[in-house]
Design a binder for this molecule. Structure first.
Ligand code: UDP
Ligand code: MG
Length: 165
């Protein structure tokens, strides 16, 4: 199935200068990059992104981690598209826990568990189609993405700027 998926190179990935290595690994999927940008993550964005985990004991640490409190305060956000994009990217990322992830996966090769127990696993990838659509619409505007992947409304203030439907 033709899909899109949101990828974040997390603050630890950027601080460890892993951007090139991670993009090279992702290129093995032969998917296309259809959106890319650097983001300074606000608390609001972090909480919205990880909202489903708000009752977890590690939630506040996770918010600090993705905001870059322990590393550089930035993430690289990407949208990859193509056949079975979600599963292909998840497979190359490896399991959530970097100790359990296959050692040749991105998380297995570069992730670690902090002394506070947070999985610093260098990359986020959408888990399913529903999450992918929610996450892509959260991190990107329609104009940021070079293909028309979801329906849009015309913005009355400026017909050149679209907004998500
Ligand atoms: N996480 C963690 N401890 C856990 C589970 C998750 O530190 O026991 C962190 C980890 O950085 C993970 C993120 O929270 O990537 C989101 O968790 P999720 O279960 O959605 O895993 P993912 O979809 O990223 O594999
Ligand atoms: Mg997840």
């Amino acid at each position: 199935m033709l899909e899109q998926t949101l990828i974040l190179i997390k603050p630890d990935g950027l601080t460890k200068s892993l951007t090139g290595n991670i993009l090279t690994r992702l290129s093995e999927t032969k998917l296309e990059i259809i959106g890319a940008k650097m983001v300074r993550v606000s608390r609001e964005l972090a909480v919205e992104h990880y909202g489903a985990l708000k009752d977890e004991a590690f939630f506040e640490e996770l918010i600090s981690y993705i905001m870059g409190d322990y590393h550089k305060k930035k993430v690289m956000a990407l949208v990859y598209g193509g056949e079975d994009a979600i599963q292909k990217v998840r497979a190359i990322c490896g399991k959530t826990n970097p100790e359990e992830a296959d050692s040749v996966s991105i998380r297995g090769a570069y992730g670690r568990i902090t002394t506070k127990g947070v999985y610093e696993n260098v990359i986020h990838a959408s888990a399913n189609e529903e999450d992918a659509e929610r996450e892509i619409k959260l991190w990107f505007t329609p104009e940021d993405i070079i293909e028309d992947i979801y329906s849009t409304n015309k913005n009355e203030k400026n017909i050149k700027i679209k907004e998500w439907a």
